[in-house]
Design a protein around this ligand. Structure first.
Ligand SMILES: *[C@@H]1O[C@H](CO)[C@@H](O)[C@H](O)[C@H]1NC(C)=O
Ligand SMILES: *[C@@H]1O[C@H](CO)[C@@H](O)[C@H](O)[C@H]1NC(C)=O
Ligand SMILES: *[C@@H]1O[C@H](CO)[C@@H](O)[C@H](O)[C@H]1NC(C)=O
Ligand SMILES: *[C@@H]1O[C@H](CO)[C@@H](O)[C@H](O)[C@H]1NC(C)=O
Ligand SMILES: *[C@@H]1O[C@H](CO)[C@@H](O)[C@H](O)[C@H]1NC(C)=O
Ligand SMILES: *[C@@H]1O[C@H](CO)[C@@H](O)[C@H](O)[C@H]1NC(C)=O
Ligand SMILES: *[C@@H]1O[C@H](CO)[C@@H](O)[C@H](O)[C@H]1NC(C)=O
Length: 758
């Protein structure tokens, strides 16, 4: 039985029961305002924090943690360890929530909040691909279905607030969290982010938001050296044309919350960055939801950045900058220290605003009115057959074929499965799975054995994930490859959650940065030895990080990237290898040619491709670095198929404020397949800022039978062709270049020009 030690003030007052919570008491904001009037100073502050880890493993309620936090942190509730099973945890969570509703003076419920990347962040849900895998499908309708399934699984556990979606652009390949992002392109990230918010926050029959979203991490992803919390330099034009574009798009769907990043932006930590929060986010972007910290980011102002003289000072500065909720990790929160500012009028006003915003969000999700989740119903929703089917489809569509000399598809009679990932599940640092256990999904070893027969699959790890000294296993791997006559080699970077037994061996995910974008440990040596032996080899890449695919690696007969594809990754890989599934994923992050040849994103500026000097002298090709940086053989949008497609030269017209770009796409090969038609654009000239060489403006995945062709027309309102100069949006008439094709590479695109007259 859980004991809730409530504040003396709360205990002194009567329990009013659940009767107060009926429907139709006005808008969430009106109801929140009425409630706020009855609240004490302490009760308001307590809404600004919560108990992030209710449970420890068992599951059991961590009473010591609960009671030490409860008094001033009872706005929200998180689950705790991901190895607990959802259905075991649910009765405990429900009991704590019910007791809170019964016992708190004003019957204000906890809101349940959680990370949500591959799905639930507790075991027992469907494990979908991570965000980078989902974006690689380039399939927004599929993404919508997947997001709805995740939403329904979260909702079945009573979760009505998720810490998703991330809207940062993956421009820094050394960053360890690229697997959590939707890729490097601001337009694509914005489309996925917008779809996510729209789908999660769909309203139910009573008009309640199903699950509130937190767009994050405002702003992030381009930190120095790719280090998780490092500083970054975001001038106003870069902010608006690149980093904020996905936020601007997602805010159109009215996300109820936003999380600031760990980053120090232009020398000011985001948790105290009044300019970014007030002037930019509230002022220019018009965001009016809850603004929260990242876990521990307010404390960091004192302990790390030394911009505050105490935890209390940090809390005050964060509040004054505009933070309204503190995500509290394992350590005590700092907002409870605001209790001592009871006589400060300015603080009181900010706390009222924060509590009002938080209560509005909570009421909007229906938790004041709806019953707690039903265990039987949750059991039916979690891992529902329809969700598993979607996870399988998503895994299939996320796999990217990067090279194929004709070796694939193939159903080998015998195969040597090589590399340290052959028996592991590598789905990302927010996937609630045990990477070494078949309970959470099948490894490639298991999937290959069930497709080809146990006796036909020989597994040799060859090398360790990390070890850089012991290469003694490589000769066994080469022998197995020669013996089988066909090798499937899985190399990559391990991305698992903090609780995973292999956590110490991971090389990707949050808190990790890559000084080297090659394969960790001796994996490359293993690959080179197998290729040197001349055995036909399919290389499979696993992980969220962009890998250097150097000329040694590119000798592989075929290369597939499985990203972080969720629980069906390995089934889908076998289906792709054998041809049951024709791969259709496209990279959403460019693969660099050398670790030092970064940045490597496709939408660089014309100036980024220049050695300096007078551009008319044409020095450019003599310079090694810009060439390697900007002509990645496998850039954004790239991915092959087992069939061939022809995308016609586009036609373009401008009428009634819209550019219309049309192409005919034909499947010119022998098998059915899906192609992603991509449209890029560039104004012929710009005023005030330099514009990238090209930018994605539309995409569509098209399903075609062998020989079939379809016409695809994209309608592009002229506003989508604009850009920002000093935070002001501009769009001009004149000549525009458009390209359509199958990737962002120049050789995969065909051009058309159109004149826009405004
Ligand atoms: C909450 O109150 C109801 C009604 O009084 C009661 O039936 C229930 O047992 C209480 N729940 C808890 C967890 O205390
Ligand atoms: C969930 O449902 C399955 C069968 O449908 C049943 O065996 C199991 O006991 C249920 N679990 C819970 C916690 O209700
Ligand atoms: C993870 O799986 C490994 C291998 O089956 C097992 O030894 C370990 O106990 C598991 N850990 C958890 C927390 O499930
Ligand atoms: C590829 O990278 C590996 C590991 O860094 C290195 O040993 C090899 O020489 C590289 N190959 C080429 C062709 O650059
Ligand atoms: C790889 O080989 C190609 C063709 O031989 C060459 O153009 C390219 O510069 C090489 N890449 C690197 C990183 O050495
Ligand atoms: C396109 O831009 C070039 C300069 O880059 C300019 O010389 C030319 O006049 C422009 N064309 C049109 C139609 O605006
Ligand atoms: C489009 O305009 C550019 C100038 O911006 C010119 O270089 C190019 O040849 C034109 N392309 C077509 C297909 O007309």
């Amino acid at each position: 039985m859980v004991k809730l030690q409530l504040v003396a003030a709360a205990l002194a007052l009567c329990q009013t029961g659940l009767a107060a919570s009926a429907k139709s008491k006005g808008t969430p904001k009106q109801r929140a305002k009425a409630l706020l009037k009855k609240m004490t100073w302490e009760e308001k502050i307590a809404q600004m924090g919560g108990i992030r880890r209710l449970l420890t493993s068992g599951p059991v309620v961590d009473e010591a943690n609960f009671e030490s936090r409860y008094q001033y942190q009872h706005g929200n509730l998180g689950f705790g360890p991901m190895f607990n099973w959802a259905l075991d945890a649910l009765p405990l969570i429900n009991e704590v929530r019910e007791k809170q509703i019964n016992d708190s003076r004003l019957n204000i419920p906890f809101i349940t909040i959680t990370d949500s990347v591959n799905g639930l962040f507790i075991s027992g849900g469907t494990v979908f691909p991570s965000n980078l895998g989902m974006s690689s499908t380039f399939n927004l309708p599929l993404f919508e279905e997947v997001t709805a399934a995740i939403r329904d699984e979260q909702l079945s556990l009573g979760v009505t607030w998720v810490l998703s979606p991330p809207l940062d652009i993956g421009w820094e390949p050394r960053y360890g969290r690229i697997g959590e992002l939707y890729g490097e392109d601001a337009y694509l990230v914005g489309e996925f982010g917008h779809k996510y918010v729209e789908t999660m926050q769909e309203t139910d029959k009573d008009g309640n938001v199903k699950v509130a979203c937190t767009i994050k991490h405002f702003v992030y992803g381009e930190s120095r050296g790719g280090v998780n919390a490092a500083s970054q330099y975001s001038g106003i034009n870069h902010l608006f044309n690149d980093q904020l574009r996905p936020y601007i798009r997602a805010i159109e769907a009215s996300p109820l919350a936003l999380m600031v990043s760990y980053a120090t932006v232009d020398l000011v930590p985001m948790s105290m960055n009044e300019y970014m929060i007030q002037d930019i986010l509230r002022g220019k972007l018009g965001f009016d939801g809850v603004v929260m910290s990242d876990a521990g980011s307010i404390a960091n102002m004192y302990t790390q950045s030394k911009v505050a003289t105490s935890y209390e000072d940090a809390a005050l500065q964060a509040l004054e900058a505009g933070l309204q909720m503190e995500l509290s990790p394992g350590t005590p929160a700092t907002f409870p220290l605001l209790i001592s500012s009871v006589d400060n009028k300015k603080v009181a006003k900010l706390i009222d605003e924060a509590a009002l915003n938080l209560l509005t969000l909570k009421i909007a999700t229906g938790i004041f009115d709806n019953a707690l989740p039903d265990e039987t119903k949750a059991n039916k929703t979690l891992r529902a057959a329809s969700h598993l089917k979607l996870a399988r489809t998503a895994a299939r569509e996320s796999i990217v074929l990067l090279k194929n000399d004709g070796i694939l598809p193939k159903t080998p009679t015998k195969v040597a499965l090589l590399g340290p990932f052959g028996k592991l599940l590598n789905f990302g640092s927010y996937a609630a799975i045990n990477a070494s256990s078949s309970k959470w999904g099948d490894s490639l070893h298991t999937s290959l054995k069930s497709a080809l027969g146990e006796e036909n699959v020989e597994f040799v790890a060859g090398v360790d994930l990390l070890d850089t000294t012991d290469n003694s296993g490589i000769s066994d791997a080469v022998a197995a490859a020669k013996d089988a006559g066909f090798a499937v080699l899985v190399l990559g970077s391990l991305s698992v959650a903090m609780e995973d037994p292999l956590f110490k061996k991971r090389t990707d995910g949050e808190f990790f940065a890559h000084a080297d974008l090659g394969f960790p440990g001796l994996q490359q040596q293993l690959l080179d030895a197998v290729l040197d032996a001349g055995v036909p080899t399919v290389l499979i890449l696993t992980g969220g990080q962009p890998f250097v695919l150097n000329n040694s690696t590119l000798r592989s007969n075929a290369i597939l990237h499985s990203l972080l594809g969720g629980e069906y990754t390995n089934h889908a890989l076998v289906e792709v290898i054998t041809g049951a599934v024709n791969p259709s994923g496209k990279l959403t992050v460019s693969m660099p040619q050398l670790s030092s040849a970064v940045p490597s994103f496709y939408d660089y500026l014309p100036s980024d491709d220049s050695p300096g000097g007078d551009s008319r002298l044409g020095f450019h090709s003599a310079w090694q670095w810009p060439v390697l940086q900007h002509y990645s053989p496998m850039p954004f949008g790239f991915g092959l198929s087992y069939t061939t497609f022809d995308i016609s030269t586009p036609t373009a017209t401008y009428k009634n404020g819209k550019v219309s770009v049309s192409v005919t796409v034909q499947n010119t090969g022998d098998v059915a397949g899906k192609e992603v038609v991509q449209v890029y654009h560039r104004p012929n000239t710009t005023v005030g800022i330099e514009f990238p060489v090209r930018r994605l403006v539309r995409f569509e995945k098209v399903d075609l039978k062998a020989g079939e062709s379809k016409e695809v027309t994209f309608s592009i309102p002229y506003k989508d062709l604009g850009y920002y100069v000093n935070a002001n949006f501009k769009v001009k008439g004149g000549l525009y270049n458009f390209w359509a094709g199958s990737s962002s590479r120049a050789e995969d695109l065909k051009a058309v020009n159109v004149t826009v007259t405004l």
